[in-house]
Design a protein. Structure first.
Length: 235
C-alpha cells in the first residue's frame, strides 16, 4: 500500500466518537479518529515499511502518525530520526505511545532517553521516562545497570513535584514500573514511592488530580503482579 491508499483506509476507519476522545486528550486536526485495533488488518498486510512510516508520520495526522509507529522499522532509525520524530510530537500520546514505544525496540533506547530526560523539554522528558518504562517492562533485568536505576529513582524523588505536568505522569509511572518489573530494586522503588507520596497534576484545571504510585504498587503486589515482562513492546 502507498501513502494515499493508507490515508484513504484510515479515513474510512475513522469514527467521530473516537475522534472526540483523542481531541479531549490533546490531539488536534487533522485526524480521523481510528481505534488502534481497527488498524491491525492493515498492519498485518504491510508489516514493516520504514519509508512509508516516514511519509505517514510527516502528515501531522494523528492517526497516520500512530500507524507510522506500528509499521516502523526501529532498527532502520537513527538517533537523528528519533529526534526528528519527538520534535514533531505535539502531545503526550504521540511522545509516549508512538515515539517512546518505537525507540524502546532499539539498542540506542537508553542513550536517547537519557538525553531527552536531561533536555528540560516537557514532552521529551516524558518520552524519555516512558521509554524506560517500556524497556523495563519488556527486557531482562540483567540488561540494566542497577546503580543507574537507583540514581534515577533518586532523581524522581527529588524532582517530580517540580517537574512539568506531563513529565510527572511518566516519572510516576517509572516508579511503578521499577517496583513491578525490575526485581532487584523492588524494595527501593516501594520506599521511593512512599517518600514521594501523592503527586498533584492538572493544578491549572478546575479540578486537580493526584497520582499515587505507592497505592498502585501495593495493588499490583496484592494481586501477585510483580516481575511482569511483556513479550513485545509494540502490539
Amino acid at each position: 500500500m502507498n501513502l494515499d491508499e493508507v490515508m484513504q483506509e484510515l479515513e474510512v476507519l475513522g469514527k467521530e466518537r473516537t475522534k472526540k476522545i483523542y481531541i479531549s486528550n490533546g490531539a488536534h486536526e487533522p485526524l480521523f479518529g481510528v481505534a488502534t485495533g481497527a488498524m491491525k488488518p492493515m498492519a498485518k498486510q504491510i508489516k514493516k515499511d520504514q519509508p512509508l512510516a516516514e511519509q505517514l508520520y510527516a502528515t501531522g495526522n494523528y492517526d497516520a502518525m500512530y500507524f507510522a509507529g506500528v509499521i516502523a522499522d526501529p532498527q532502520a532509525m537513527t538517533e537523528a530520526d528519533f529526534d526528528r520524530w519527538i520534535d514533531a510530537a505535539y502531545f503526550y500520546m504521540i511522545a509516549d505511545f508512538i515515539v517512546a514505544v518505537t525507540l524502546a525496540e532499539t539498542e540506542i533506547a537508553q542513550e536517547v532517553s537519557d538525553k531527552w530526560i536531561a533536555s528540560g523539554d516537557e514532552l521529551k522528558m516524558s518520552a524519555g521516562w516512558s521509554c524506560y518504562c517500556w524497556l523495563l517492562g519488556s527486557r531482562k533485568d540483567a540488561e540494566f545497570s542497577e546503580n543507574k536505576l537507583m540514581e534515577m529513582l533518586e532523581q524522581v524523588k527529588n524532582t517530580i513535584h517540580e517537574s512539568p505536568e506531563r513529565t510527572k505522569y511518566s516519572m510516576n509511572n517509572f516508579l511503578y514500573t521499577v517496583a513491578t518489573s525490575y526485581q532487584p530494586l523492588h524494595d527501593q522503588a516501594v520506599e521511593t514511592a512512599r517518600a514521594v507520596g501523592p503527586v498533584e497534576v492538572n493544578k491549572d484545571m478546575p479540578k486537580s488530580k493526584l497520582l499515587n504510585a505507592s497505592e498502585n504498587i501495593q495493588k499490583a503486589v496484592d494481586k501477585g503482579r510483580t516481575g511482569f515482562k511483556r513479550k513485545y513492546v509494540r502490539c
